[in-house]
Design a protein around this ligand. Structure first.
Ligand code: IMP
Ligand code: MG
Length: 183
């Protein structure tokens, strides 16, 4: 779905599909160099990270394993509840594995901080974070994020995997949702 298909729902387009892909290719290049000679397991956080994972993984000229976790902190509203719950755990044993968590967006970082301590307790060989988008509040986060994509303002955005009430994930760009849609 393109922005032109749902023009009235969006108030501002922040990044086009091409801009997102260019940034992800840059991140993929760095990741490839950093993990040279090592097996890499990317852990995607469902459901938002599906698009990021697909595009990152296909940018690699090397093998990579992918697994998924589903956790919830938002429900169908627009602000973090702070309550994190595992809805689907990994199928892979990550003990002694090089793990890279792939996220769609970091806002408060509550979800990610929780996920990092959960995965650390399983004793991976290494654990790093990658996110396609970051909001200003993420700067206050205690956990360092090694691979950071594009910056967004503190607004509720949709597209490229990000939803509002499970819609807009298939929008190609990332845009601010017009307030009339959710208020
Ligand atoms: P955090 O715990 O506040 O960092 O929120 C993390 C999760 O909330 C992300 O992985 C997204 O799934 C979701 N999220 C945060 N901001 C937005 C947004 O603007 N639109 C849609 N989902 C968002
Ligand atoms: Mg997410």
């Amino acid at each position: 779905m393109d922005a032109s298909d749902i023009e009235k729902d969006l108030s501002k387009i922040h990044y086009t599909e091409d801009q997102i892909l260019a940034k992800l290719r840059e991140l993929a290049g760095r990741i490839e160099r950093d993990y040279e000679g090592k097996d890499l397991l990317m852990v995607g956080v469902l459901r938002g990270a599906v698009m990021v994972m697909a595009d990152l993984a296909r940018s690699f000229g090397r093998h990579v394993e992918m697994d998924w976790m589903a956790i919830s902190s938002y429900g169908s509203g627009t602000k973090s509840s702070g309550v994190v719950r595992i809805q689907k755990d990994l199928d892979t044993d990550i003990t002694n594995r090089h793990v890279l968590i792939v996220e769609d967006i970091i806002d408060t970082g509550l979800t990610l901080s929780w996920l990092v301590s959960n995965l650390e307790s399983r004793k991976p060989a290494s654990l790093e974070l990658c996110t396609a988008f970051v909001k200003p509040d993420a700067a206050k986060m205690a956990v360092p994020v090694k691979y950071v994509g594009l910056e967004l303002p503190d607004e509720f955005v949709v597209g490229y995997g990000l939803d509002y009430a499970e819609k807009y994930r298939n929008l190609r760009c990332v845009a601010t949702l017009a307030p009339h849609v959710y208020s």
